[in-house]
Design a protein around this ligand. Structure first.
Ligand code: SAM
Length: 210
């Protein structure tokens, strides 16, 4: 924006606008539980890189891709269809796309944009019967944040299922949940369709509250 006055001429930078994730979309069919879902997502997730968001909290738009872990997890839970679901992500765009995809495929769910370190909307209805996450152990900081959060989301009757492609930063979380002394009982199985994906099922070990 520019302006003139008799005394001075000045220039003000235009407000920065974040990339619009709805501008250029692709649609992808995904078969889940014998049903073909049609999911929309930004065609090019790299076009959504936002330097300011990265500076602020090292945010990268990983949500905009459809990862094999997510598909594997959706297939694993298809048999549980009919549950009441709260879908969360710290990216408001991610939850907006989740809501849009649920609606266009006839599924009903609620969404909340919240981070694992500010999880009030998730805690409000805890304990949950089942907590699902796909490909969330990809950065070193994620494991400790989830180890702190997960015991607050499920009690001994609930389960946590994490589909994971085995990236190196996941090792710390997997080591920390490997033995019952951790407070978790973990069962891990290889996915049928994507051999690189492991589905980790965790249950809290019965015992005194930690
Ligand atoms: C690799 S992507 C996987 C996306 C999807 N689950 C899938 O499998 O296709 C990781 C996801 O974790 C989300 N995420 C990362 N850190 C987070 C945090 N601290 N709180 C909430 N969500 C976070 C990202 O926004 C992104 O959607």
């Amino acid at each position: 924006m520019t302006g003139d006055s008799s005394a001075a001429r000045f220039t003000v930078a235009a407000p920065r606008t974040a990339p619009d994730p709805w501008r250029d979309l692709a649609e992808r069919p995904v078969t889940v539980g014998g049903r073909e879902l049609r999911l929309v997502h930004p065609r090019d997730s790299e076009a959504l890189l936002d330097e300011e968001a990265f500076e602020r909290e090292e945010f990268l738009p990983y949500w905009a891709q459809l990862w094999p872990s997510g598909i594997a997890l959706a297939r694993a839970v298809a048999a549980l269809a009919g549950a009441r679901v709260l879908a969360t992500d710290w990216s408001a765009d991610a939850v907006a796309f989740t809501a849009a995809n649920a609606s266009r495929n006839g599924a009903s769910l609620r969404t909340a944009a919240c981070s694992w370190t500010e999880p009030a909307p998730m805690l409000a209805q805890a304990p949950w019967d089942l907590v699902l996450a796909a490909d969330v152990l990809y950065e070193a900081r994620n494991g400790p944040q989830l180890l702190e959060l997960l015991p607050r989301l499920v009690d001994e009757a609930g389960e946590v299922w994490i589909a994971d492609p085995g990236r190196r930063p996941a090792e710390r979380f997997l080591t920390a949940t490997a033995t019952p002394v951790s407070g978790w009982l973990r069962r891990s199985t290889q996915d049928r369709w994507f051999p690189q994906i492991t589905l980790h099922r965790l249950r809290r070990r019965p015992g005194p509250a930690r």
